[in-house]
Design a protein around this ligand. Structure first.
Ligand SMILES: Nc1ccn([C@@H]2O[C@H](COP(=O)(O)OP(=O)(O)OP(=O)(O)O)[C@@H](O)[C@H]2O)c(=O)n1
Ligand SMILES: [Ca+2]
Length: 511
């Protein structure tokens, strides 16, 4: 060993050779490390999946969401992968044949099995949330509602997914998760808002109010300008490092199907000589027979029960939009407000503030009526269009829309007028802020509704604090690594040239 060292010191060519080898070695290391870093970029993303069933009063929908596994806590990464509409009515309609409630979900659940890769099945959570239809059934018949839930739970458990529960969610949750969904999809929780929805003018940290109209209940949720007076209507969230004080209220019985029944019930005339009555919310030429037993069956109409001798009433349409709104207005109570401001039925509501996304039945109805382009359509124009549509005879309406389901088609006149009344008289939207409402079905590829927010919350995918991002972007990191390695190398070389020996001790060790 000693002789070898002596030789190296005596013969400068050996030293030069060693240095060249050292340089080559270091360059080799740099190339290897840089390549490793570059090559180490994430492999094709592993996707995770989640299933939520929205068991609404009128129907059930199944949604499958997906997101890249390693980006779980980033906002805006969860997307709708697939949606399936369950055939038949909502699960609350199976109160007399509860076994069939579970069976009705099989087709969509089978589809979920094929659309999610087999290897992911066992880790895919499945949740069912039931809304106002089941809330009403629980009020009416607690046992029946329990049996329906057991039936759907048994079906969901029979699939290879991770069953996470089937329950009736509260109206407050329904409002809150709807608000979270639209703001998550809109990118409002991100530091730099990513705009891919229809709300291009929304600034980061400004949120979008959520208006949800179902068959049996309706929700309004938004961040008001003033402080929220009532604790039961207020939600406090800390999401991605920001605090939100959100107002929400869910009106049971004010979904469009229950509101129609309520409007009919309140406007029934007991002193009418026969059982034929006029109804301005239906088209001229349209006639509908209503069983009074059915009408008063729901807890929403039970209080309106009148002592009528007949079992059923025939409603004949007169097609008059303004008269229809007069009738609808009677289902709202505008007295008895004990707060500084109220919507209706004594419920506190702060003043309307900001922009709103109106989805579900708001969208179905306004889309059909061609009234979704609010930026051009004033409230007065909407009323004018309703006047025209309602006064169109039923035969012409049917002829114009032969493919639309008759139940939906016959109710659009009522529904349009109900939506106007609810928004204008109920929530106090005015001609001035009417254009802050956008009627939406989807944001990006995902449906607006409460299901996404529900899943994000239950899978802990919306952190309170913003996830810390690496101090340097990936490219910058690689560049710095390479530049510093080269600098080090240059220093060593210069050291050697000027001082006759390598400047870096470490080189000796490397060799
Ligand atoms: N193309 C369509 C689809 C649905 N509807 C109506 O929209 C309402 C259902 O809205 P939805 O949001 O699906 O209500 P649910 O979720 O079933 O009810 P809830 O949220 O109150 O439980 C029903 O009155 C249905 O008749 C409509 O008018 N046109
Ligand atoms: Ca709903």
């Amino acid at each position: 060993m000693d002789t070898k060292r002596d030789m190296q010191q005596k013969n400068p060519w050996h030293r030069k050779l060693i240095v060249i080898l050292t340089i080559l070695f270091i360059v080799g290391i740099i190339v290897i490390v840089s390549t490793a870093i570059i090559q180490n970029k994430p492999l094709p993303q592993k996707m995770k999946y989640g299933i939520v069933l929205d068991a609404g009063s009128s129907h059930t929908s199944l949604y499958i969401y997906k997101w890249p596994a390693e980006k779980e806590n980033d906002t805006g990464v969860v997307q709708q992968h697939h949606a399936c509409n369950v055939k038949g009515p909502g699960i609350s309609s199976y109160s007399a044949k509860t076994d069939n409630a579970g069976k009705s979900l099989s087709e969509c659940m089978d589809l979920a099995k094929t659309s999610i890769p087999d290897v992911r099945h066992s880790e895919t959570p499945v949740y069912l949330g039931a809304t106002a239809g089941m809330r009403l059934l629980r009020e009416q018949d607690d046992m029946a509602s329990e049996n329906v839930l057991t039936s759907v739970a048994n079906t969901l458990r029979s699939y290879p997914f991770k069953y996470e529960g089937a329950r009736i969610i509260t109206g407050q949750e329904e409002g809150a998760y709807g608000w979270i969904t639209v703001n998550y999809l809109q990118g409002n929780f991100q530091k730099n808002s990513r705009f891919f929805g229809p709300f291009q003018d929304t600034q980061a940290s400004v949120t979008l109010g959520a208006l949800d109209l179902g068959g049996a209940s309706t929700q309004i949720t938004f961040v008001p300008q003033e402080e929220i007076e009532s604790e039961e209507n207020s939600l406090h969230f800390r999401l991605y490092g920001k605090d939100y004080n959100v107002y929400t209220h869910s009106f049971l019985c004010y979904g469009k199907d229950q509101a129609l029944n309520l409007t009919v019930a309140i406007n029934l005339k007991i002193d009418e000589p026969d059982n034929v009555q006029e109804n301005p919310c239906f088209h001229v030429g349209y006639s509908k027979t209503i069983s009074l037993k059915n009408l008063y069956k729901s807890p929403c109409t039970a209080k309106q029960k009148k002592n009528l001798r007949m079992d059923s009433v025939v409603l004949n349409g007169t097609g008059n939009a303004s008269k229809c709104r007069e009738n609808v207005l009677k289902i709202f109570n505008f007295s008895d407000c004990t707060s500084s401001s109220c919507s209706f039925n004594g419920i506190y509501q702060p003043h309307i503030y900001g922009s709103f996304g109106a989805f579900s039945a708001y969208y179905f109805v306004m889309q059909f009526l061609n009234l979704t382009t609010h930026h051009e359509t004033s409230l007065a124009k909407v009323k004018e269009k309703m006047e025209y549509f309602c006064s169109t005879p039923w035969a012409s309406v049917k002829q114009r829309f032969p493919t639309v389901k008759e139940k939906y088609l016959s109710e659009y006149c009522f529904s349009g007028n109900y939506i106007i009344t609810l928004l204008e008289n109920g929530y106090s939207f005015t001609e001035d802020n009417w254009n802050t409402i956008t009627f939406i079905k989807k944001i990006g590829n995902s449906d607006a509704g409460w299901t996404l927010g529900y899943m994000l919350n239950l899978t802990n995918m919306i952190p309170a604090e913003a996830p810390s991002s690496p101090p340097l972007p990936y490219g910058g990191y690689v560049a710095i690594m390479v530049i510093f390695s080269l600098l080090l190398l240059a220093l060593c070389t210069i050291g050697y040239i000027f001082f006759g020996k390598p400047a870096c001790n470490s080189q000796k060790h490397i060799i």
